[in-house]
Design a protein around this ligand. Structure first.
Ligand code: TRP
Length: 331
């Protein structure tokens, strides 16, 4: 069985973009792959060195993963800092990672601009830590968005370099995982861009949003002045609302509003009301599950413990072999 691995930094609540872009696919992958899903809490220190509530954030993401349908019995669901073996691999990889190639990394250049007051070595070596996450379980596939492609490429470089330097075909080449269908685009509510924190919280529907919050956000969604002639091309903001409707509503509902648009009878207020209602019907059961799971401390602890044990077993095996290959042998 092939191994799939994915990590997420615990920097906020998950939204519909995370759900349709990744989570819903992870749920079906659990049966077909050896899956590792982890929360990258070490990575979050590169931008938030003195976290306010790292433990709470990690638990909250874990609860959201579980509520979305990830199964700790099937997949290995773990917290990065529960597997310190990853840091030993990070050290080994760093010895053979060159400052020049790390400095050329796009995300590093972006971060230098965003936080010039804290250009730390962890930021520079972010890609080696990520490579260690991937290589520690010898992952075959990593589902990544555009923004992480370069990091994955670097993981391949570091793995191949290790194999070459120590003359051992040890690490497999991790490939980008494609979900096998067109990626669903989840647009923001502000008329342009993708749903996510960069477009602002008001334009993003989180899995933790209450019905009142969803209604408010959808009501404020950007539209246009409305069609003035039949079959007029749809503007981006309105196309985005149709797209969201496509994801959460019944096909007939979308069809109805498209028809209303084509015949210039559409009332955006009605469209928004329907969209909000369907979004609430979709999000609310998940939100309730998140609440229930998040309040069950015993269960969360048990899940984290199971994940820790499974991830450690896999990581320890790799570290034992990597030490041998480099030449560290027990006395
Ligand atoms: N860098 C990823 C992100 O910001 C998070 C991450 C850390 C990750 N380690 C990983 C993703 C390993 C995939 C595999 O989204």
């Amino acid at each position: 069985m092939k191994t799939v691995l994915s990590g997420i930094r615990p920097t906020g609540n998950l939204h519909l973009g995370n759900y349709f872009g990744a989570l819903s696919n992870f749920v079906s992958m659990q049966n077909e792959y050896n899956c590792f899903f982890f929360i990258a809490d070490y990575h979050s220190l590169t931008t938030h060195p003195t976290p306010q509530n790292i433990q709470g954030n990690v638990r909250s993401v874990l609860a959201q993963y579980l509520a979305a349908g990830l199964d700790p019995e099937k997949a290995t669901l773990y917290i990065q800092s529960d597997v310190p073996e990853v840091i030993e691999l990070y050290l080994f990889l760093n010895m053979n990672a060159y400052v020049g190639e790390l400095e050329r990394c796009t995300s590093f250049k972006d971060k230098i601009r965003q936080q010039p007051q804290n250009v730390n070595a962890g930021l520079l070596t972010y890609p080696t830590l990520m490579a260690a996450d991937i290589l520690i379980h010898k992952a075959d596939f990593v589902p990544v968005g555009k923004d992480q492609e370069q990091h994955l490429e670097m993981a391949r470089t570091f793995g191949n370099r290790f194999n070459r330097m120590y003359n051992h075909e040890y690490f497999p080449e991790p490939q980008a995982f494609n979900f096998g269908k067109e990626l669903v685009k989840i647009p923001a509510l502000n008329g342009s861009g993708k749903m996510g924190k960069s477009e602002g919280e008001d334009s993003t529907i989180f899995l933790t949003d209450t019905p009142e919050v969803i209604l408010k956000k959808v009501k404020r969604a950007v539209t246009d002045a409305g069609p003035t002639e039949p079959n007029q091309p749809v503007s981006e903001p309105v196309a985005n609302l149709f797209q969201l409707m496509h994801v959460v509503s019944k096909p007939e509902t979308l069809e109805f509003f498209r028809e209303q648009y084509s015949t210039c009878q559409i009332r955006y207020g009605d469209l928004k009301k329907q969209l909000a209602e369907d979004m609430i019907a979709f999000v609310n059961p998940i939100r309730e599950r998140i609440q229930e799971i998040a309040s069950n401390e015993v269960y969360l602890n048990k899940v984290a413990q199971i994940g820790k044990e499974k991830a450690q077993e896999s990581a320890r095996k790799t570290i034992r072999e990597v030490r041998e290959i480099i030449g560290f042998k027990p006395f």
